[in-house]
Design a protein around this ligand. Structure first.
Ligand code: AMP
Length: 400
């Protein structure tokens, strides 16, 4: 029997998301999520996607990642998709931080594990969870190739002029401080899919990708290679996000420490978890913010305006970085669904050849689609991202 299945694992500190795909056609066989690992009320939601099976949900204590993966394996086995199946070809892991070192998806061995571990100081929240997921999966299927697909890899083509902060070079190098960028799997997938939508090869087009989810980032992609992106050493830099501030004068931190007498941990939480849209208006869901705006809520309106102002600045900046832009692609939860965000982001940019057609923008759809008026100089597109498919595709290609 030929092995054609790839399991994609995205291990967070207290969660594991997974998808099982058949690489003959990229179809999904099952998908699911384990949340609140380590708590009494852990929840597993499993959805088989073949044979018309229904979603199954359980709430029970799941002590650690090992128990979580075993529970996932048991659910998959009920659908005849067990992880012991000879049809499973490889396991692909989303790894958040690959530093400068990992420019490609990589088959995991001890050296790779050690390098991911070495990067923990620059990704203290994410890499330890990713490592736990990898080790657990290795214990379950030591015979299978396991591939790390890095969120940073697509951005390793950024020139030094974009990747370096203007701080003392020796200090920066000693502490590995530079702009790494994140959401790379999405930016890679969406920039390629946008070229495809235009009927061109990725090497022929320049694209600005706007990944607007709860986390949000922009990238400038020239001929299929990333030349700049808005997230930096960590995902805190750049756009206004659901709960993160994005760009800010770094002296705000000194001020909060000195005058506000806040600890570094408190400031970290403030800027990563209590800022952005939620800090500005108390909601981080764009649907709720739009609803409040429709009711005349001024705080929600101001949060929206700040969000759009920053987005527009990045569109302008990346237009200048690229010189010539063929397309702007909106993706992720907000980018794919929030027509008012897309409309406002390009409003007034007609001189740059940018506009959206109101009717096309209002249409809901699943696939990649153009929303710019016919004959527009720059295509504006909605391109749904698919990070799991991209991780599976890269894992499949790398595992050989
Ligand atoms: P993601 O991180 O890509 O899953 O995106 C999550 C975010 O997408 C949510 O916080 C919402 O703000 C936003 N979102 C999802 N659906 C819609 C929608 N129909 N309209 C506006 N925003 C949406």
């Amino acid at each position: 029997m030929t092995a054609t299945r790839v399991l994609v694992l995205n291990s967070g500190s207290s969660s594991v998301k997974y998808q099982l795909l058949d690489m003959r056609d990229g179809s999904r066989l099952a998908t699911g999520l384990v949340e609140r690992i380590g708590e009494q009320s852990s929840r597993l939601k499993h959805t088989p996607l073949t044979g018309g099976g229904e979603s199954r949900e359980r709430t029970e204590p799941i002590a650690d990642h090992d128990a979580a993966l075993k529970a996932v394996a048991a659910e998959l086995a009920k659908d005849g998709l067990g992880l012991d199946s000879p049809e499973l070809a490889a396991i692909g892991h989303r790894v958040v931080h690959g530093g400068k070192h990992f420019t490609e998806p990589t088959v995991i061995d001890d050296t790779v594990l050690a390098e991911i571990e070495r990067l923990i100081p620059v990704a203290p929240l994410h890499n330890p969870a990713n490592l736990t997921g990898i080790r657990t999966a290795q214990a379950l299927r030591p015979d299978l190739p396991q591939v790390a697909v890095f969120d940073t890899a697509f951005h390793t083509t950024m020139p030094e002029s974009a990747a370096r902060y203007a701080i003392d070079v020796e200090t920066a190098d000693r502490h590995r401080i530079r702009r790494y960028g994140f959401h790379g799997t999405s930016h890679a997938y969406v920039s390629r899919a946008t070229a495809e939508l235009l009927g061109k090869d990725p090497s022929e087009v320049n694209v600005i990708v706007l990944h607007l989810g709860n986390g949000a980032s922009a990238s400038a992609v020239r001929g299929g290679r990333c030349v700049d992106t808005s997230m930096g050493l960590t995902p805190l830099e750049g756009l206004v996000m659901g709960t993160r501030s994005g760009d800010m004068d770094p002296a705000v931190i000194f001020h909060l420490a000195r005058v506000g007498e806040m600890s570094i941990a408190e400031i970290d939480t403030l800027l990563n978890k209590k800022s952005g849209l939620i800090g500005l208006c108390g909601d981080n869901d764009m649907r709720e913010i739009r609803r409040r705006i429709d009711e005349g809520d001024e705080r929600a309106q101001l949060a929206f305006d700040i969000y759009i102002h920053r987005l527009k600045k990045y569109i302008g900046a990346y237009y200048a970085v690229l010189g010539k832009v063929d397309a702007i692609a909106f993706t992720a939860g907000v980018g794919e669904n929030a027509a008012p965000v897309r409309e406002a982001a390009v409003a007034g940019l007609e001189q740059l050849g940018l506009a959206v057609d109101a009717e096309l923008n209002a249409v809901r759809g699943d696939g990649p689609r153009l929303i710019s008026p016919a004959g527009a100089r720059v295509a504006v597109a909605v391109v749904p991202t698919d990070e799991e498919l991209e991780i599976a595709t890269q894992t499949w290609a790398t595992a050989g």
